[in-house]
Design a protein around this ligand. Structure first.
Ligand SMILES: [Zn+2]
Length: 422
């Protein structure tokens, strides 16, 4: 027996879209799946550590494709976003990020696509976890968001804030260079702000960047085998992003039927991030948002639900992403996004696919989000039948085991799970 060997026996094993096995077996050797299917279909060598999954659902480790790991505090330490950004040091932000990462892992999310925060050390944290020096989910990181002057992301900072070179990029030459700089920093993907947002001093309907600037970003990123995720709420922002050839539209609140058809044709993914607005509608005012702020988000939330329906009707691939950011839409509460997808028309099987195989395909990582032979040995064992009731995933007490690369981390995540007051 070597580290990373484990067998998960019994339980309802969901190996991917439309494929499930009652009384199943998942066998992981040296951190990778060697078998997943009916228990009768394979023999496990004596001495292999066993996890009993009777009465549970066994899923591939889940993927949240849109999180902000270090832009706000751990859920239990409530700090207003602007105070956190302006007054917490970068090492402090990273420590909150590590805590956020542990909360995600304890909830069964073994991979996070991190939307970037310049200079905080997310890339270093990713490498530290990959090297086995810290316990955490697998992180795929954009080193920082690409934004134009006066764009979403630049307007997070008040006008008197001293800005450094490459905090923003304007014009095609700077856009080309900033992508290359990020690739050199170790980017797994590129995040660009292609429309306004809900920050102070901006309107979500404002487009950010011209088609020429966006196309330069996409072309430069693709030459370096990096995908491009575009924050785009407004119709103009989405239209320009599609014209430029981005790989995913994040939020996509003001999508229309024509754009949805274009996304389906081009194979552009939609990452709806419903959970953030849903959380803010329910908890926003107790977390420092104004009544007006919550009302503004309500409209975007309604529109996001319409976009989601339109996208599904057109055949657009949806990938699960929450916009989790700590105090608002806390880490650990990710599965609410899946519950919302089911509330708005998806089957449980489809919803799970958005957080597994579809997410892996957007991330260009066929080794995760599935239990096929050779895949990373990331597994979550959930009490009860998740396929009959997706909301089981949202309750921390139901997460029985989280396995990462064949190692059962349940014992070391116990304290985190106990503290998940979500
Ligand atoms: Zn976001």
């Amino acid at each position: 027996m070597t580290p990373g060997d484990i067998a998960i026996e019994g339980g309802l094993v969901w190996t991917g879209p439309g494929e499930q096995h009652e009384d199943g077996l998942v066998h992981i050797q040296e951190g990778s799946v060697v078998y997943a299917g009916p228990r009768s279909g394979s023999k496990v060598p004596p001495g292999t550590p066993l996890l009993d999954a009777a009465g549970c659902t066994v899923l591939p480790g889940l993927i949240d494709a849109h999180v902000h790991l270090t832009t706000n505090s751990d859920h239990q330490h409530v700090v207003a976003s602007d105070v956190f950004r302006g007054q917490v040091s970068n090492p402090g932000k990273l420590l909150h990020g590590l805590r956020n990462a542990h909360r995600a892992l304890a909830a069964g999310f073994t991979t996070l696509r991190v939307m970037g925060h310049r200079g905080v050390g997310e890339v270093e944290l990713r490498d530290f976890i990959d090297a086995g020096l810290a316990t955490g989910p697998r992180l795929l990181v954009a080193p920082w968001w690409i934004t134009m002057t006066n764009g979403h992301g630049d307007l997070f900072y008040p006008p008197y804030t001293r800005r450094e070179r490459w905090d923003t990029a304007d014009g095609v030459d700077e856009c080309r260079k900033i992508v290359r700089l990020q690739a050199k920093e170790g980017a797994d993907f590129i995040k660009v702000m292609a429309s306004g947002g809900m920050s102070k001093g901006e309107q979500p309907h404002w487009p950010n960047y011209s088609v020429a600037e966006l196309a330069t970003i996409v072309e430069t990123a693709h030459e370096l085998d990096l995908k491009v995720a575009a924050h785009a709420l407004s119709a103009d922002g989405i239209r320009r992003s599609l014209q430029a050839g981005v790989d995913s539209i994040e939020h996509g609140s003001y999508l229309d039927a024509d754009m949805a058809a274009e996304m389906a044709e081009r194979g552009t993914f939609l990452v709806p991030t419903m959970a953030f607005n849903d959380w803010c509608q329910r908890e926003g005012t107790s977390r420092g948002l104004s009544l007006q702020g919550v009302a503004d988000l309500a409209e975007a939330h309604d529109r996001t639900i319409e976009s989601f329906t339109m996208a599904r009707e057109a055949g657009v691939k949806v990938v699960m992403g929450t916009d989790a950011s700590g105090t608002l839409c806390p880490f650990g509460a990710h599965a609410r996004e899946l519950e919302l997808y089911v509330e708005h028309g998806m089957s449980t099987d489809e919803a799970l696919t958005t957080a597994t195989t579809s997410a892996a395909s957007l991330l260009d990582r066929p080794d995760i989000g599935s239990l096929r032979s050779g895949a990373a040995g990331d597994v979550v064992v959930v009490k009860g039948n998740v396929l009959a009731d997706i909301s089981r995933l949202t309750q921390p007490a139901n997460i029985k085991h989280v396995v990462r690369a064949g190692r059962d981390l349940s014992a070391c995540l116990k304290d985190v799970s106990a503290a998940l007051d979500i």
